[in-house]
Ligand binder design. Sequence first.
Ligand code: OAD
Length: 253
Amino acid sequence: MVDSLQDLIQKAAHIIVKSKNLIALTGAGMSAESGIPTFRGENGLWSKYRPEELATPEAFFRNPRFVWEWYAWRIGLVINAKPNPAHKALAELEKMGFLKLTITQNVDNLHERAGTKRLVKLHGDILTARCVSCGYKLHMSEPPKEIPPKCPSCGDIMRPDVVWFGEPLPVKALEKAFEYARRADAIIVVGTSGVVYPAGIIPHVVKNSGGTVIEVNIAESGITEIADIFLKGAAGKVLPELVLEVKRISERT
Ligand code: OAD
């Protein structure tokens, strides 16, 4: 007999309660219910825009204005978005002491705004601009008025402080993510296609060191094959139910 979603949520909750080193890996699906578009799939950003024209260093230096205009639009979306019940559920799981680290591929700030403190951002931060010459960083609370923005320190142009195709990930963030992954006895993978590396390797690292992979996604992904428990459904619905079940079990024991 096939387990119902409710049964699977219970199984996952028991694993979480027993875990000592639980981590989470999140992707664009996490913020989809906050109105921020994902990258892949029918309505994904990469079905409307070409990544090589918008998300590579070559594209930026060819036409910084064009790239910034796209980022200014996305910055506006992030600023106007609110954390959804999925972000709040992970923050709650951290507050309860179960979730030791959230690793995100998202460049929005919705995990932080939901209250997550133990966070690693693998792909940078869309609300930070970085000088292409001196590295000066500037936090933006609104889309830049001057495009491309100029560095207040040296006057050269600034770029979004995000990771583009062909660029390395921030070293400290990557090291911390993999250190936690090697030690993890369980991982919750939420809303990621799992096809972008090295982030996509993280669930495999957990699995290979004997940990349990719990996946939350509306559809099968590159991770589903190695998932021990696949919770099929929207993160904003499944994660709050999972956390409620964790609470019930931990209050009983
Ligand atoms: P993708 O757009 O590749 O995948 C989004 C995933 O979320 C898919 O598997 C969807 O099925 C799932 N999904 C959509 N809505 C959901 C919901 N409400 N609840 C649960 N799951 C849902 O996004 P990422 O995997 O994050 O990189 O993409 C990885 C990287 O590729 C991004 O960080 C970005 C992109 O190019 C950079 O910008 C460097």
